[in-house]
Design a protein around this ligand. Structure first.
Ligand code: BGC
Length: 749
């Protein structure tokens, strides 16, 4: 794994530089002339019906016999949701031996944050700000899944999400375009491998596009993103993933400005295919072709099948629209066979590149040994350790393992093996999951008292006498709060983001016992925890940390690991602030710390309350800004300087600074560089992340560091619709979060 990490760091810098160059690769997915010749040779032998069959994806029904006949007739190009390698081999055998042309199936699965070994949810992975580690995790997922015959995953999800009510916020990298793009590249490289072999699992970047901007944070809701917002905020992670070689892409459920993505010619045909030259496979989301009827965008399945093909979709997941109607549409002249040929080429190209024709089968005797391999568990644990964010610490952490005699463990998430895996963890098994309770009991035999207080997050209780009695006897109380896996993920949006049930009351109750209280929150989103902060001495935000969450958290709580995760999303004080994100545009009336309602004495009557952009009751600031996270040590930035005052458009800005560990513990800081473009042809964000990296320092150590920011990475799509750097004045910050540091100025001419 070591060399992969170095490689990734080197390519991370290159990818930023490369992303400035406009030259399109011949094949974005790495097909050469030999691959193309092979594709053409297969295509030339296919009947129209066989071609259309390749464009059809179905969900496995348990019994192989259900689809045997369709497979023999070549009516299925891909199957999803079969994880039994014996059955997968049987599906492939029917295709290879009993169908006329012997075209293997693409076997797909939602392997979203690990297969059997489950990693933190993607939002948690983003909190690591560590693309190399995320790549390692995606490689582990690919090793485990391909060992059982799965060669295509519907991941990574690249939807920028700025509204934590949206349940699928758990599945992406959060609010920021730059962070999302780096995570996208890492996951694509991890799944597909740097070298193609039988452990390569095709990545599927999804959901194209804008799905995370669902109005009101309600899943499947409409979005209203302008072309400029798409190009400046929502499309760049997809473009980065395409450049990284992502083999497939999924269209989204939402309609943007009235056009459902599965029928959106502009985004699929014009941007993805035309501008980026993508020659991989485009699949619909589950029945998203059929749902265009519900959207009122088509009259029937035939109509939406025609629209999806016209938009540039190659494969239909679960609508059967292509299978049932394309032949008739070709015969009637409504659809050209050349459009179908193009779609089939895109599908066959992926199958050839994955080596499926040579290796359609999986070794059923070898797969089990790969699952939960010790190095996989170690990578999952390291990911969970790097993703946990310390949001508050009054000095109670780290706990001293030598001095604890009685640890009280309480809360609904302390021993919830299924729930700590998070959403989309179908294949992670409970009995392999190590909960915080199990990890603490193993580490401190006989010293852990467990009184759950609440057995699940939504439970309501008036009194906590049992917990209180135990708290009085304990020397420290560890409270594990949050939300179960089912409360986030697809279709699981929430309108209230406070801790559910009586969890806040449980925390307040243990606080009153007078013992040190440490809260750990496991959740699929940033919950609104402001009211809970005063009731704990320290708060660790772990998202859903996966299989090895327990040992990872125990290591952090007891000081073996210094927390280093940073918020990949703004934490709100109250849900009414949503959407609130750090890179909002400059307003004409920026908030200036005006008076809030509760600062005005009642007797003051009707007082003027300022006239800037804020909420009278909550101001304009979040609870925690983007990029924020504490450590057991402290870091100090000094001597930030730029190599020049004025740069040309092709220059690279060199930022120099010194970072010191000024505390008592060894630690890692996520250094962040933000830029503001002061004046543009359109209003610009107040800050945009342009670089981040982890720096490890021993206590007292100081390092001089240099960061390179290509000027071309400051480009955006302005008023004329062209992406370019607009000359003028800029500001730049080097800091440990998006709200700190003092700006330096520079010019671009
Ligand atoms: C989800 C996709 C997923 C697909 C297949 C859909 O409901 O939106 O993200 O990949 O199902 O399971």
């Amino acid at each position: 794994m070591k060399h992969i990490r170095n490689l990734t760091l080197a390519t991370a810098i290159c990818s930023v530089l490369l992303s400035c160059q406009e030259k399109k690769a011949e094949s974005t997915i790495g097909a050469d002339a030999a691959v193309e010749a092979r594709v053409e040779q297969i295509l030339s032998q296919m009947t129209l019906a066989e071609k259309i069959g390749q464009m059809n994806q179905v969900s496995a029904g348990g019994d192989v016999a259900i689809y045997a006949d369709a497979l023999r007739k070549g009516q299925i190009g891909s199957i999803l949701n079969e994880v039994d390698p014996v059955k997968i081999n049987e599906y492939q055998r029917i295709c290879m031996e009993e169908s006329r042309l012997g075209i293997p199936l693409l076997v797909a699965r939602d392997v979203i944050h690990g297969y059997h070994t489950v990693f933190p949810i993607p939002l948690g992975l983003a909190a690591t700000f560590d693309p190399a580690l995320v790549e390692e995790g995606a490689r582990v997922a690919a090793l485990e899944a391909t060992a059982q015959g799965i060669r295509w995953t519907f991941s990574p999800m690249l939807d920028i999400a700025r509204d934590p009510r949206w349940g699928r916020i758990a599945e992406g990298s959060g609010e920021d375009t730059f962070l999302d793009a780096r995570m996208a590249e890492a996951m694509v490289h991890g799944y597909q491998g740097r070298e193609a072999d039988t452990t390569s699992m095709a990545a599927c970047i999804k959901h194209f596009v804008g799905y995370g901007a669902a109005e009101g944070g309600r899943d499947y809701n409409s979005t209203f993103l302008t072309e400029r917002q798409l190009r400046n905020v929502y499309l760049p992670p997809f473009e980065a993933a395409v450049k990284a070689g992502a083999m497939t892409l999924m269209t989204s459920f939402n309609d943007n400005d009235g056009v459902p993505s599965t029928g959106n010619t502009f985004v699929v045909k014009d941007v993805l295919r035309g501008e980026w030259g993508f020659d991989g496979l485009v699949v619909t989301d589950w029945n998203s072709m059929g749902e265009m009827i519900a959207h009122g965008f088509g009259v029937d399945r035939k109509d939406v099948a025609e629209k999806a093909l016209e938009a540039g979709v190659d494969m239909d997941m679960m609508t059967y629209g292509f299978l049932s109607h394309l032949e008739e549409l070709v015969r009637s002249g409504a659809v050209k066979e050349s459009a179908i040929n193009q779609a089939v080429r895109n599908i066959l190209r992926v199958k050839v590149l994955l080596g499926l024709f040579e290796h359609p089968y999986v070794d059923v005797t070898a797969g089990d040994a790969v699952q939960y391999a010790p190095e996989h568990l170690a990578a999952a644990q390291k990911s969970a350790e790097e993703s946990a964010i310390l949001l508050k610490n009054d000095g109670v952490l780290p706990l001293n393992p030598a001095s604890v005699r009685n640890i009280l463990v309480t809360g609904p998430m302390a021993d919830a093996p299924h729930d700590q895996l998070g959403t989309w963890a179908f294949d992670g098994q409970k009995n392999h999951t190590v909960t915080p309770l199990a990890a603490l009991q193993a580490r401190f035999p006989g010293k852990v008292t467990y009184v759950p207080g609440l057995t699940y997050s939504r439970e309501k209780r008036e009194r906590f006498d049992d917990v209180m009695a135990a708290a009085r006897r304990a020397d420290v109380v560890l409270v594990f709060l949050g939300e179960e896996a089912i409360l986030s993920g697809e279709a699981h949006s929430l309108a209230d983001l406070n801790l559910k049930g009586s969890q806040s009351e449980l925390l307040a109750a243990v606080k009153s016992a007078g013992k040190p209280v440490v809260a750990t929150v496991m959740a699929g989103r940033p919950l609104t925890i402001e009211r809970d902060l005063p009731n704990c001495g320290a708060l660790l935000y772990a998202f859903h940390p996966g299989t090895m969450g327990g040992p990872a958290l125990a290591n952090i709580l007891f000081g073996d690991v210094n927390p280093s995760g940073k918020t990949p999303i703004t934490f709100l004080r109250t849900v009414g602030q949503a959407p609130l994100y750090y890179s909002h545009n400059m307003t004409g009336r920026p908030y200036n710390n005006e008076t809030l309602l509760d600062e005005i004495p009642a007797e003051a009557g009707q007082t003027s309350l300022g006239n800037t952009s804020y909420y009278l009751d909550y101001g304009a600031y979040p609870l925690f800004p983007f990029g924020y996270g504490l450590s057991y040590t402290s870091f100090s930035y000094s001597g930030v300087s730029l190599d020049r005052e004025v740069y040309g458009k092709d220059d690279v800005i060199t930022v120099s600074f010194s970072l010191a560990n000024t505390g008592q513990y060894e630690g890692e800081e996520v250094v962040q560089v933000y830029v503001r473009d002061l004046v543009g042809s359109i209003t610009r964000p107040v800050k945009e992340l342009k670089h981040f990296e982890r720096v490890a320092l021993r206590p007292g150590e100081r390092r001089s560091l240099q960061v390179q920011i290509p000027v071309c990475s400051l480009a955006f799509v302005g008023l004329d619709g062209i992406k370019k750097v607009e000359p003028g004045e800029f500001q730049l910050w080097v800091a440990g979060d998006s709200a700190s540091g003092d700006p330096l100025s520079f010019k671009v001419q």
